[in-house]
Design a binder for this molecule. Sequence first.
Ligand code: PSU
Ligand code: MN
Length: 307
Amino acid sequence: MQMTMSPEVRDALDQNRAVVALESTIITHGMPYPQNLETARQVEDDVRQAGATPATIAVLNGTLHIGLTDDELATLAQAKDVAKLSRADMAVCMAMGGTGATTVAATMIAARQAGIEVFATGGIGGVHRGAETTMDISADLQELAQTPVTVVCAGAKAILDIPRTLEVLETLGVPVITFGQPALPAFWSRDSGLPSPLQIDTAGQIAAAHRTRAALGLSGGQLIANPIPESDEIPKDEIDPIIEQALSDAEAQGITAKEVTPFLLDRIFRLTTGRSLSSNIALVRNNARLAAEIAQELVQLPVKTAK
Ligand code: PSU
Ligand code: MN
């Protein structure tokens, strides 16, 4: 397997300093150019400002990159026909010398391989609405059940079936922990209307819970739901009708499988004339800062493995 680490990330890991993994599907399939590139750079800076080293992850010409140069980031942000890689297709892409952006699942796999314990993103994949017939359930959920990385997101988007997503995560034994409030956030909105299964108010306790899972011999990671800052949120009653519209457009156009999430994100961007994107950028930055804090707590906590 071809894997390469940027010098910045290698130094940080060698010196046991905090590192935060960042995904690349959000760049290639989650936001339009040029905002995708501006955001990717901004988020890396946010991680640095918050005292950690960013490691944006992608597969470029068959090599798994842990940390991208600015040129690589700029090329990826403008590239067309980049594969969207998850657990199922990552190895094939690498073996064939292909280029692909990593989803939450693939980024977790790469982070673990590199020795990175924390990862910041916007939203995770989950149980899609209508999954009782389509069976469209993101591989992100299974990955959280087996790969020991703490993933900071802003909750699940209401394009998904959030109650069923929570049920699947519970069945898989994935802790869903909201940071600092009892209600589960829903990406653009601070409150999904559902209580969060778990709540933690400090980065230190999130890090302690991560270590305790390992000490108990439990596989898998943790999902941290970090509410979007109040000034950037789109309240639920404003975004809900737009989501409904996007979902019915997807159905009318027969969009399925991997195309569903990127299609809906693009539709919602257009229907909100860009407001969904400003919120999206704000929440990713907010998640990057929290992930950097958790990463700094983690490097101070000794690893105790299960006997
Ligand atoms: N949800 C978002 N923004 C995103 C994604 C999901 O709000 O950019 C991306 C992430 O990379 C996630 C992937 O891992 O989509 C999930 O895709 P699918 O639903 O096809 O598993
Ligand atoms: Mn899917």
